[in-house]
Write a protein that binds this ligand. Structure first.
Ligand SMILES: Cc1ncc(C[n+]2csc(CCOP(=O)(O)OP(=O)(O)O)c2C)c(N)n1
Ligand SMILES: [Mg+2]
Length: 571
């Protein structure tokens, strides 16, 4: 005889799950008890939100499924934000939550929440198990669905009576692999269109992150320039000539202008998210007119959802890239590439150093980038705000999955949890968490977890005493009515880290920056560095409701605001 909890545990062992994140509580105790002296490592964060962010970071940085185990009621409701974050960013996550026993469900019992009703619209599948005999097959299905096609979140709710009850164990032998669907047949017209194109561009999303090698071959051999979404940065080395860096709201002038002028757009593993297209009705007028928007996505419903395509391929990016490699012709596109170089040089990502040697966010990022140029063992995690967008701009992204950020949902506070998950999954890599003061304030209790497991994470706090990204919008679009965006009473981050037993340093000027970052990166264990910076606009910027190439550009903006370089910290 075997308990429901043990059936789940055995199922995880069978799936070769090595690490899970969990937080205990009454309803989930019968499952958590199975981890006692078991072989699966379990990590306990400071709360369920952080634990679930860690599970998401674990999954984002690997090809594995993140697993979070939580109690009923407040345990599962604390997981809601990371669940939606993972689902929106196509990250495989399985959340197992305790629930009150079946005979009390629906009575507003202690720590009861309508868990599956809450998670249903924000997951690929949410299900409450009501029969112990289906536990094993439900677990198999949960992992299958989380990873099938467009990956995402699955939530399984486990009434206490089900996980504590005992039954005769029969292993589920159904082979879900057989359910795998078939990819589209490649339409040769797609390669004809690209072969004819004089000004093609690849617009690449995270669906290509596992196929970097093939993609690099395709780009270099056929001389097709590439721009990426944020999640796909590094899939092609951004330092190379054909890389146009990230496109979109804070993307590069060259990438956005190229998308608007290209006669053919080849979108692979991307979904034309609104942050990357600007106003959809004004998107890609040349390629649209030329009937040459090509879209490959593994998820059928993504095709023609945001931007109507002329040709599509519903299947895995790997197969699509291989079809292209087989069917394309080498073509001289020198004049298009020259044009792209002109755009690149005209408006690169740039900023002014402060006249009084005060630090800016960009200075910190540029120096970290400089000191890590030769390394490809770094994973960066970010909060949400200007520090993230500037990170996208000023770090040379050269390896796939080296940036972990909350793209679709844009969750402030995710960085520290992501960094914990990523470090646990990648013990041989250096994990750097770059967090804004506002973002870090949301989840800083997880310094406890970093200390507890002695994870050698490097935590950079970009402290501009402000919710800068929003503040800048107040400046640009709300006539400088600054409301609720100052953080004048941030804690002393250096002492805060010390109180958790974590080594800490700080820097507030350009002269000390090089040495500080050297010490920061060389530190063997966990370290926090507070960078006291002055915030400023993150440019370029595609304003709300504007076409992708209708950008507020750094040089033009600064010619109108000549004293901007003298700005003081906005608090
Ligand atoms: C949980 C959450 N609440 C609110 C927002 C809206 N928001 C986006 S960026 C931002 C400011 C972030 O401040 P900080 O982390 O200090 O970054 P900075 O822009 O100053 O670099 C806010 C409030 C959000 N993205 N996430
Ligand atoms: Mg800030």
């Amino acid at each position: 005889m075997i308990s429901g909890g043990q059936i789940i545990y055995n199922n995880l062992v069978r799936k070769n799950v090595k690490n899970v994140f969990l937080y205990s509580g009454g309803a989930i105790m019968p499952l958590i008890d199975c981890f006692y002296k078991g072989n699966i490592n379990y990590y306990i964060n400071s709360n369920e939100q952080n634990g679930c962010h860690a599970a998401v970071g674990y999954a984002k940085s690997t090809n594995k499924t993140g697993v979070m185990i939580t109690t009923s009621g407040p345990g599962i409701t604390n997981c809601i934000t990371p669940i939606l974050d993972s689902n929106n960013d196509s990250t495989p996550l399985v959340v197992l939550s305790g629930q009150v026993s079946l005979n009390t469900m629906g009575s507003c019992a202690f720590q009861e929440s309508p868990a599956t009703d809450i998670t249903k619209p924000i997951t690929k599948w949410s299900y409450c198990v009501k029969d112990i005999n289906e536990l094993d097959s439900v677990m198999d299905e949960a992992f299958f669905i989380a990873n099938d096609k467009k990956k995402g979140a699955v939530h399984i709710d486990l009434p206490k009576c089900i996980i504590s009850k005992k039954t005769k164990y029969v292993e589920n032998l159904e082979n879900l692999e057989e359910l795998k669907y078939e990819d589209d047949i490649f339409n040769l017209e797609i390669s004809n269109i690209i072969n004819k194109s004089e000004k093609p561009i690849l617009y690449v999303g995270q669906g290509c992150n596992n196929y970097s090698e093939q993609l690099r071959y395709l780009i270099d051999k056929y001389q097709i320039p590439i721009t990426t979404t944020m999640h796909a940065m590094g899939v092609y080395d951004e330092r190379k000539e054909l890389a146009l860096q990230m496109c979109g709201m804070h993307g590069s002038y060259a990438a956005n202008t190229a998308l608007q002028n290209a006669d053919c757009i080849i979108a692979i593993g991307a979904r034309f998210d609104d942050r990357t297209t600007g106003l959809p009705s004004k998107y890609a007028p040349v390629a649209r007119k030329n009937k040459s928007i090509i879209h490959c996505n593994i998820e059928k419903s993504e095709i023609d959802k945001n931007i109507k395509s002329n040709y599509s391929y519903n299947g895995d990016a790997d197969l699509f890239i291989n079809h292209l490699i087989k069917n394309l012709k080498v073509k001289n596109r020198k004049s298009w590439i020259n044009q792209l170089n002109i755009w690149k040089n005209k408006h690169p990502f740039e900023f002014y150093n402060d006249k009084y040697n005060k630090l800016k966010t960009q200075n910190v990022l540029v120096e970290i980038n400089k000191q890590t140029q030769k390394r490809d063992d770094i994973i960066y995690t970010f909060g949400v705000g200007n520090h993230l967008m500037m990170g996208c701009q000023f770090i040379d992204w050269k390896t796939p999955k080296s940036i972990l950020a909350s793209g679709s949902l844009g969750v402030m506070g995710c960085s520290i949890g992501y960094s914990i998950g990523a470090q646990i999954a990648n013990l041989d890599k250096t994990v750097i968490s770059i967090d804004g003061d506002g973002s870090f304030n949301m989840t800083l209790t997880d310094l406890k977890t970093i200390k507890e497991y002695n994870l050698p994470i490097k935590i950079a706090i970009i402290n501009d005493s402000s919710l800068s990204m929003v503040r800048i919008w107040e400046k640009l679009f709300f006539e400088e009515r600054y409301t609720a965006t100052n953080n004048p009473n941030n804690p002393d981050y250096v002492n805060l880290a010390k109180s958790f037993g974590i080594n800490s340093i700080s820097c507030d000027n350009i002269e000390d920056l090089e040495e500080t970052i050297d010490e920061f990166l060389e530190c063997k264990g966990p370290i926090l560095c507070e960078f006291k910076v002055i915030g400023e606009e993150c440019l370029p910027l595609v304003g709300p409701g504007k076409a992708l190439d209708d950008m507020i550009l750094f040089r033009e903006y600064n010619n109108l605001n000549l004293d901007l370089s003298e700005c003081e910290a906005p608090c």
